[in-house]
Design a protein around this ligand. Structure first.
Ligand code: CDP
Length: 236
């Protein structure tokens, strides 16, 4: 693979990567951003952070008003990783490292409900647009190309079958020393996908001008190579 030229770095300045759970957005997005010298912002982290904090504070997650209030006040920071334990970034919630807590099964189970609340989305979208204003950004999520950054210079939609995604997520969990069952992972992804794609506000879907990449049979370097090919075609 060749290193990106200055021209590639200059354009596009905002890259939106959307897709369902475990489609490889975080791995691909963070490596791509590193190669381009861009900032990678994984917006899923923000919804996970609100969910984790609400659970930690004992807030009833069905209580939309309280969860929304929390989303408006929470301080979420994403910093370069301080520990080499497989994490792509450090995630701080109200100043404390919560990188792994936000990946717990309890958060997985509840994050789709929390992210379906319009007020929560408004608060997160506001922060995401502010971060993106600086440019040179790879932003990952479900609604980046459709809602958060409809003017993004390049929109990618990463897809893969639920079986392939579940196997990847299962391998990640096992590598982290967590004991999980593949069938439970499949069911959890299906439930989250169904919820995310049918919600009223900002549902998961590819923007009409997004380039869809099915990653079922592609390795991470192959996906990155494909995106870089697309980037070359974006050259002025
Ligand atoms: O890493 P994984 O693909 O499992 O999920 P994630 O990207 O961390 O996102 C977790 C959840 O946050 C999703 O299932 C969505 O419910 C929600 N989310 C969202 O609604 N909008 C985004 N832009 C990003 C995530």
């Amino acid at each position: 693979m060749t290193a990106p030229t200055e021209a590639h770095k200059a354009f596009p300045r905002t890259i939106a990567i959307d897709g369902p759970a475990a489609s490889g957005k975080t791995t691909v997005g963070s490596l791509l951003a590193e190669e381009l010298g861009y900032l990678c912002v994984d917006t899923g982290i923000m919804y996970r952070a609100v969910t984790w904090q609400a659970l930690a504070e004992g807030i009833d997650l069905e209580d939309e008003e309280s969860v929304t209030k929390l989303a408006e006040q929470i301080d979420i920071d994403i910093l370069p990783r301080s520990v080499e334990d497989g994490r792509p970034f450090d995630v701080l919630i109200n100043g404390l490292d919560r990188t792994w807590e936000i990946r717990s099964p309890e958060v997985n189970q509840n994050v789709s409900l929390v992210s379906s609340y319009p007020g929560v989305r408004e608060a997160m979208t506001r922060q995401q647009r502010k971060i993106a204003e600086r440019g040179k950004i790879v932003m990952l999520g479900r609604d980046i190309g459709t809602v958060v950054l409809p003017q993004a210079d390049l929109k990618i939609y990463l897809d893969a079958s639920v079986e392939v995604r579940a196997k990847r997520r299962y391998a990640e969990e096992i590598a982290r020393g967590n004991s999980v069952c593949l069938n439970d992972v499949i069911e959890s992804l299906k439930r989250r996908d169904a919820y995310d794609s049918t919600r009223k506000v900002a549902p998961l879907r590819a923007a009409p001008d997004a380039i869809v990449i099915n990653t079922d049979t592609l390795t991470v370097p192959e996906v990155i190579a494909k995106i870089k090919e697309i980037l070359q075609q974006c050259d002025p």
